[in-house]
Design a binder for this molecule. Sequence first.
Ligand code: NAD
Length: 507
Amino acid sequence: MGTTLPGADELAALARETAKRCGAEVGGEVTTTSPINGLPLAAVDWVDAAAVDEAVARAREAFLAWRTVPAPARGALVKRLGELLTEHKADLATLISLEVGKITSEALGEVQEMIDICDFAVGLSRQLYGRTISSERPGHRLMETWHPLGVVGVISAFNFPAAVWSWNAAIALVCGDPVVWKPSELAPLTALACAALLDRAVAEQGAPAYLSQVLIGGPEVGEALVDHPGIALVSATGSTRMGRAVGPRVAARFGRSLLELGGNNAAVVCPSADLDLATRGIVFSAAGTAGQRCTTMRRVIAHIDVADALVERIAAAYRRLPIGNPTTPGTLVGPLINERAHTAMRDALAAALEQGGTLIAGGGRRLADQAPNAFYAEPALMRMGEQTPIVTQETFAPILYVLPYETLEEAIALNNAVPQGLSSSIFTRDQAEAELFLSAEGSDCGIVNVNIGTSGAEIGGAFGGEKETGGGRESGSDAWRGYMRRATNTINYSGALPLAQGVEFTI
Ligand code: NAD
């Protein structure tokens, strides 16, 4: 299954036709590659950093108009975007598979997430609530008002080439903010298609032009956005290396940043866990998306009484995983994004072996004979005696390290003893154990789950993590506040002028 990889012409034609159906014309000077066959997929034009000035000026114009449109009317634009995404769900999923190698079901899931966030944002457009607060002074009222913030710059990673933009764009647009998007240079067609659909919604709704712009280019375009004083919020998703560069630069100009960076996510498996359920949850989180989600499970912290049985089950599942063409029905593991990712995986496996690990399953390369420039990796299962330096790093590939523990406190300490703080989970049927893991003494991550894996979040919750994951929160809950500015208002209807804190100042 999934062993015949399509040729370059077939995929290039599919990419061109699919993008066109979404309204995006493909053509230009920079060639992109499909990870499915490792061959050229399309050519697009890149802009350089100088284009950022112009884009921000146009977005600023759009902002001045858009901020005066009532939020529920702004919601109508996002509603239309959601309809267009629904209409082109299969097209966008195809582009995602072609550009980043996601299996069809996960690519469709990514587009569904975009539709879901549009729904959420439409509802939100009537719920941008401020509070009314009791004043300490008679005849006074305190309240807070939320206003549009300004132009939002979105920098996104290759592995969610469409959804991350929509989490930001849908919320930003109802909050009254235009978006300038610098997508991953590895997935420009998906970005052009998304942008074309939003452009269509903008035109149909009579919304201001340039509410949405996309700048295809390399990291230098991202850097220009980061440094631009006209960008009120930089929402950057990618590696911790990128965030380490972006965060201080935005802070230096007192801009606002929302950082969604790397993860190193673990599951604790307790003696009372349902091991079949745990195995299913772990294998989806660890091997799904070929280990290329920020929430991919990279560590299992297993109680010594169940570790052997659990490893056996995971290994059995790993040996059965269908690996290959991600668009072939039944495939569960597609390719790595490129050779660099494969080299990083190989190096990490070598380091883990050197640091005392034992390879239990996987780790090999597949389909190299058919497609020497495509990198299909068998998800690797590695037992480690302890949490060595390689285990504390995020290697963006399917490697799952299994570590032993004896007490839950020890397991929690291991979970937390990495620089990243994105997602975590515990498999247990003991409520006290689950509650401890969820408590202030438990996992230090932004996402803490019970009896499900670390990946596959819904849009209703706030998404993001602590420590080197960057501290940002996107998507649901009250993440919208990051896209607005808050004004606190004191209104005096008393006719007198009492001062706060009893201060006397009589003139
Ligand atoms: P990357 O850091 O290489 O690139 C991400 C984006 O940042 C790209 O658009 C790139 O052009 C841009 N960029 C790179 N350097 C920059 C700089 N100095 N200034 C401005 N922009 C710059 O990441 P990637 O390989 O595309 O994605 C994988 C990484 O993203 C993993 O670490 C993964 O965990 C992380 N990720 C995090 C989340 C999250 O929500 N926390 C979601 C998806 C991916």
